[in-house]
Unconditional design. Structure first.
Length: 451
C-alpha cells in the first residue's frame, strides 16, 4: 500500500480492530431464536450501538424491526451542505454448522496462517469494523467530509425482511445520496472489486404426504406409495442431466458480460474434489451470476442411524432458488411452486409454502460514486484497477433501498472473498483486505465529497 496519511492511520489502528472484532465475533448472534439465545443478538446490537456513540454518532438507536430483531442506527453529522452517505453492514451471522468441523472455536477470533478465523469475521461483523476504521482514519486526517448514516442489520442471514419493512415504514431514516453496502467482497484477495449485480432468492418448503401413517416395508412395500421416494423424484426434476437448474418456465440461458471466473480457479475456491465435475453449462460466471440456481437446503426424513424398515407416509424439504437479475423473485416463486406440484408423482398430496424472498439487484456503474470508488481503490491497491463482478448471493435490502431512494447510488464492497469461506466452517477474514478496504472506503468518502 502506498504511503499516505489515511493508510498510515488505518495501519496503526489494526491492533485495535482485531481486539474489537474479537469482541464482536464472541457474540453468538444468530437470529434464529429457536437455536440461539435472543440475548446474544441483543448484546451484539448494544456493542455496535456503543461503538457508534463512542465515535460521536447522534441519534443512536436500537430499532425494533417487524421480524422481532434489532437493527442499529446512528447519524454522524458532516459539514453544512455536504452529501449524505449511508454505510451498511450486518451483525447477525450464520449458524456455525458442525462446530466439530472448525479447527478453532467458531465464536473465538483466532489468528492462523495470516488470517483471522471466526463466524462473522468476514460476513459481516468485519464489515462493521471496516466502517469504523474508515471513519476513524478520516477523523484523524482532517475530519469526515460528508454526513454519515450507519445501519447495522440484525437478521440479514435469516432473510426475514425486518429491516426492509422498517425502512418502508420510515423512509426518511435511511435516505442518502449514496449507499455503501459493506456485505460483498473482492473477486480474490488483492483484487479490488465492486459487486454490480446480485441474484435474488426465494425459499420454499415442500411437503409430500401419501399415507395415513408409516407402514412395514416388508408387508406393504412395492405397492404402498412412499412419500420420501416421491419427494426424491420431485427434487431430481429440478435439475437437468448436467446439473443445470430446470424450473418449468424459468429461463436459464443468460450470459455474463464482464469479469470471468477461470474454471480451475473456481474448482480450487470451491474445493471441488478431484475428478468430480462441475455442474451446469456455459461459463462459470454465467452459472453463478447470471442464471438461476436451485439448492436443496434440507430434507426432513428418518436419519440412517435408528431407521426402521418402513414405507414413509410423509417427507418435506427446504428449497433455495437463486434468481438472476431481470427476473422477478415473486414470479420465480410461483414458477417453482407450480413446478413442484406438477412433478409430484403418483397423485401424492403436495403442499408448498414460501418462507423467504429477496429481489435481484443491478447497479448503475456509470455514476459519480463509482468513479470516486475506482480512484479510491486504485490508491488503496497500488497497481490494481477496480473490477466489476457479480455475486450469487442475495442482499434483499438493496432493492428495497433502490425503490425507496431511486436517485441514490448504491455500491457493494466487502470482505467476503473466496478464501473467507463465508457460511461454511472455518470462516475467516484477511486482515490485509480489512486494512486496504478500510483505506479505500475512507478515500472514497473524501473523493465523493469533493466530486
Amino acid at each position: 500500500m502506498s504511503s499516505n496519511p489515511v493508510a498510515e492511520t488505518v495501519a496503526s489502528l489494526m491492533p485495535r480492530a482485531k481486539e474489537e472484532l474479537t469482541e464482536l465475533v464472541a457474540f453468538r448472534s444468530v437470529a434464529d431464536f429457536d437455536q440461539f439465545p435472543r440475548s446474544e443478538s441483543e448484546d451484539a446490537a448494544r456493542w455496535v450501538a456503543d461503538a457508534l456513540a463512542a465515535e460521536g454518532f447522534q441519534d443512536v438507536a436500537l430499532l425494533d424491526t417487524p421480524d422481532g430483531t434489532q437493527s442499529v442506527y446512528g447519524h454522524l453529522p458532516g459539514p453544512a451542505g455536504a452529501k449524505t452517505v449511508l454505510l451498511y453492514a450486518h451483525y447477525d451471522v450464520q449458524p456455525p454448522l458442525d462446530e466439530a468441523g472448525w479447527t478453532t472455536p467458531p465464536f473465538e477470533l483466532t489468528e492462523r496462517d495470516g488470517r483471522w478465523y471466526g463466524r462473522g469475521a468476514a460476513d459481516c461483523k468485519g464489515g462493521v469494523i471496516m466502517h469504523l476504521l474508515a471513519l476513524r482514519a478520516l477523523k484523524a486526517n482532517g475530519g469526515v467530509p460528508v454526513h454519515v448514516k450507519v445501519i447495522a442489520e440484525g437478521s440479514e442471514e435469516q432473510g426475514t425482511g425486518g429491516l426492509e419493512r422498517y425502512a418502508e415504514e420510515h423512509p426518511e431514516l435511511l435516505e442518502a445520496d449514496t449507499i455503501v453496502i459493506g456485505d460483498a467482497g473482492n473477486f480474490r484477495v488483492g483484487l479490488p472489486t465492486v459487486t454490480s449485480t446480485l441474484r435474488g432468492m426465494t425459499l420454499v418448503r415442500v411437503r409430500i404426504d401419501t399415507l395415513a401413517g408409516n407402514l412395514h416395508s416388508g408387508q406393504f412395500g412395492g405397492a404402498a406409495p412412499d412419500a420420501l421416494a416421491a419427494l426424491i423424484r420431485v427434487l431430481d426434476s429440478l435439475r437437468a442431466e448436467d446439473g443445470s437448474t430446470t424450473v418449468d418456465g424459468l429461463a436459464a440461458d443468460a450470459a455474463w458480460e464482464g469479469l470471468q471466473y477461470d474454471e480451475e480457479q473456481f474448482r480450487r475456491d470451491a474445493k471441488v474434489l478431484d475428478d468430480v465435475e462441475l455442474i451446469g453449462s456455459g461459463s462459470v460466471a454465467d452459472r453463478i451470476w447470471a442464471r438461476p440456481a436451485v439448492t436443496v437446503l434440507g430434507i426432513d426424513c428418518p436419519p440412517v442411524v435408528g431407521a426402521t424398515p418402513s414405507v414413509q407416509a410423509g417427507a418435506r424439504a427446504l428449497i433455495n432458488l437463486r434468481v438472476p437479475p431481470g427476473v422477478d423473485a415473486a414470479e420465480a416463486t410461483k414458477l417453482l411452486q407450480a413446478h413442484l406440484e406438477a412433478h409430484t408423482p403418483w397423485g401424492a398430496r403436495v403442499s408448498t409454502e414460501q418462507i423467504g424472498q429477496g429481489q435481484a439487484f443491478r447497479a448503475d456503474t456509470s455514476s459519480p460514486a463509482y468513479r470516486a470508488m475506482a480512484d479510491a481503490m486504485a490508491a488503496a491497491y497500488p497497481g490494481q484497477r477496480m473490477q466489476y463482478a457479480g455475486q450469487g448471493g442475495s442482499i434483499p435490502l438493496c432493492n428495497t433501498l433502490a425503490g425507496l431512494y431511486p436517485n441514490a447510488e448504491i455500491l457493494l464492497i466487502g470482505l467476503s472473498e473466496p478464501e473467507a469461506q463465508i457460511h461454511a466452517v472455518n470462516e475467516s477474514v484477511s486482515p490485509e483486505e480489512l486494512e486496504r478496504l478500510s483505506v479505500a472506503e475512507a478515500l472514497f468518502l473524501r473523493n465523493y465529497a469533493a466530486g
